[in-house]
Design a protein around this ligand. Structure first.
Ligand code: FAQ
Length: 307
């Protein structure tokens, strides 16, 4: 069975929920996909914070659509994790009890409207670089969920760029606000890709199983190379004096993010960790009656269908 599993993975075909898979492969998927689902759902908070204060009706509608998309991504991903035999309630419990993680950047605040633009331009941009290869992940339900997610992330990225574009073409105060927000989000966006390869505990195995396709460092480099011309078009400076084109490597040199800070934020000590998890727990408790009503409605229909 192991030989058959490896044959399918090596041939770049998909493993499906009905197929036999090694217990460690299943565990690796549950870990990464549930963290991914949690990131989408908790990730609604930094921008949700600005829904009632968006500068125009058009900006509000766009932001509302984006935040709702994140909830949808969470749903695709929780459903995909359920195909591995893990129920959704237990995933929520793990998140609320701090046993499962979500991505580090979500633990940073969005103090100005420009942060909403910078957050989306940089972290949705990073999410696209990370997630496009996941569309070819070896686990079918994960790969298929990613195709839809990536299409929506492109809109998210674009609307962040557009919000910054408007600010960088505005008054001196607006240009300053945009630059300061980019200064705040550059580091967290670079750190999103995870620890350097030498310190990555899961990469080797996840790459062998084709759950992920590239090292964290390869994706981080790709992200930097993509961002530089976009920053030039926007007219903002990326806050790294070491950032320059290296013709020999065919890539930009850059200063790596502060991995010690990443470690602290992942361990629960970022600027907004406690606030994000407390808010998530409260939202879950407040929504209990909706889940109960939906379950009762579904049960009633099942009963009627039997008759
Ligand atoms: N934050 O061995 P590796 C979005 C953990 S959100 C927190 O390198 P791996 C919505 C890692 O889990 C985008 N923890 O791990 C949005 C592991 O811990 P563990 C969601 C991190 O798995 C956008 C340990 O460190 N996308 O789009 C981080 O091979 C904008 C060792 O690390 C995904 O989730 C981190 N940054 O590589 C909302 C992508 N980095 O489990 C609002 C899917 C590492 O042993 C605005 N995930 N860790 O306790 C992945 O691609 C991978 O899991 C990585 C990490 C690349 C995150």
């Amino acid at each position: 069975m192991l030989a058959r599993f490896e044959e399918v993975v090596d041939a770049d075909e998909k493993i499906e929920p009905r197929d036999w898979m090694p217990a460690d492969y299943r565990r690796a998927l549950v870990r990464q996909m549930s963290q991914h689902a949690h990131s989408e759902v908790v990730g609604m908070q930094p921008e949700g914070n600005w829904l009632t204060r968006a500068p125009s009706l058009a900006r509000k509608s766009i932001l509302l659509a984006k935040v709702q998309d994140e909830a949808g991504h969470g749903l695709y991903l929780y459903s995909a994790v359920e195909t591995l035999g893990v129920d959704r309630e237990s995933l929520f419990r793990a998140l609320h009890e701090g046993r499962q993680k979500y991505l580090s950047f979500i633990n940073y605040p969005t103090p100005t409207w420009a942060d909403v633009g910078a957050l989306a331009w940089l972290t949705d941009g990073a999410a696209i670089v990370n997630q496009v290869p996941l569309c070819r992940s070896s686990y079918g339900p994960y790969a298929r969920a990613m195709v839809r997610v990536c299409k929506e992330e492109s809109f998210h990225h674009r609307q962040g760029f557009d919000a910054l574009w408007a600010l960088t073409r505005g008054s001196a105060a607006q240009r300053r606000m945009a630059q300061e927000a980019v200064d705040r989000w550059w580091g967290p966006a670079l750190a999103m890709f995870g620890p350097p390869h030498a310190q990555s505990t899961h990469s080797e195995r996840s790459m062998r199983w084709r759950i992920k396709r590239h090292t964290n460092d390869e994706l981080r480099q790709r992200f930097v190379d993509v961002c530089v011309p976009q920053a030039e078009a926007l007219g903002v400076t990326l806050p790294d004096p070491a950032l320059r084109w290296n013709a020999e490597r065919g890539h930009h040199d850059f200063t790596p993010p502060d991995f010690e800070e990443l470690r602290r934020v992942v361990a629960g000590d970022g600027p907004c960790n406690r606030q994000r998890v407390a808010h998530r727990r409260r939202a879950h408790e407040d929504g209990a009656w909706v889940r109960e009503a939906a379950a009762a409605y579904a049960a009633k229909h099942r009963e009627e269908a039997r008759w």
